[in-house]
Design a protein around this ligand. Structure first.
Ligand SMILES: [Zn+2]
Ligand SMILES: [Zn+2]
Length: 324
């Protein structure tokens, strides 16, 4: 990997062999500012963050939301058309589903921690600033590339602490939306566990009390499908949640680990280059009660710069961080 001083040397494009997306797929470059102030995209000019470049991502993210909606539909169907599930179950299940959908939409439609073109390295008196002494420019979007940022070709931007580009979210998971992603996994785990528990409990009960025949063929098939979808989703989200915990504890995201594995023996430095993430760096340094809701995490300015690993000119500062 080549590195190059940023100032006073003029910006020069160069290829950084760490630049890639986790799936290795080509995407559109949205790094140039958008012409419309109200556009939806991943460029700096977009008012709403969304990835329109990856059709498969749009389909998979829609499927994830459809699966949650299907589970909700079946539980309500059983409650209101057979009366075999008590209504309290429907209320709890609906709350968990709403939380999961809320987290999904926040993960999908939040910028994941992208580096603006105007970004500057941290001052070198700080620990992170010293680490940025050998800072690099991204060869694709030409923005300053903080330590542990990766360029995503599907989003066309450099993302701070990019964990991976998730097609189920149709977005990168990075430092700025990891809270929503972890909460999404947690609520999906809860909702799928609840669905499986509900179905198995009532199956045992209907066999014991001999009322299984009360269910129509349609209802029985709807419930079987929920069981299969919930079991598959539960295994997947549990493995993803463990992967996220591992990433936070080790400070190595999914892309970091893939790079180290691929380049084992050629990567300079060792595990000491990486430090565990602080949970407060993901969930915010505000009220911890808000950690269970996918609300914007609160950070004070010094924390913001330390977490992001770069400085922004005042005009470029993002709204979700307190400028004090
Ligand atoms: Zn980049
Ligand atoms: Zn991405």
């Amino acid at each position: 990997m080549r590195s190059e001083a940023m100032a006073p040397t003029p910006r020069t494009s160069f290829m950084d062999d760490h630049d890639h997306d986790d799936a290795g797929r080509e995407g559109h470059d949205y790094s140039s500012p958008s012409s419309s102030a109200f556009s939806c995209g991943t460029s700096e000019g977009s008012r709403i963050w969304c990835n329109r470049a990856d059709t498969m991502g749009v389909i998979m993210a829609t499927m994830a939301l459809a699966a949650l909606a299907y589970g909700e539909f079946v539980v309500l169907w059983v409650v209101f058309f057979t009366g075999n599930f008590v209504i309290a179950n429907a209320v709890i299940y609906t709350i968990l589903t709403v939380m999961a959908v809320w987290c999904h939409l926040k993960t999908m439609l939040s910028e994941p921690g992208v580096v603006p073109r105007a970004a500057l390295p941290l001052r070198e008196e700080s620990e992170e600033g010293a680490a940025a002494a050998n800072h690099t420019l991204c060869g694709r979007c030409e923005s300053y590339k903080p330590t542990r940022a990766h360029h995503c070709r599907l989003c066309g931007r450099c993302v701070v602490r990019m964990d991976h580009h998730c097609p189920w979210m149709n977005n990168c998971v990075g430092i700025a939306n990891q809270k929503y992603f972890i909460l999404f996994l947690f609520y999906v785990l809860a909702v799928t566990g609840y669905a499986i528990g509900l179905v198995l409990y009532h199956f045992v009960e209907c066999v014991a009390e001999e009322y299984c025949d009360d269910y129509s063929t349609l209802t029985a098939n709807l419930i079987r499908a929920v069981l299969v979808i919930a079991a598959a989703a539960m295994v997947f989200t549990l493995s993803m949640l463990l992967n996220q915990f591992h990433g936070v504890i080790t400070g190595l995201g999914t892309v970091d680990r893939m790079q180290r594995r691929r380049k084992e023996g050629r990567v300079r430095g060792g595990p000491e280059d990486f430090r565990p993430l602080r949970w407060a760096d993901i969930f915010g340094d505000g009220n911890k009660l808000m950690w269970i809701f996918p609300t914007d995490p609160h950070f004070r300015k010094p924390q913001r710069e330390r977490i992001l690993g770069f400085r922004e000119p005042p005009a470029a500062r993002r709204h979700d961080y307190e400028d004090v």
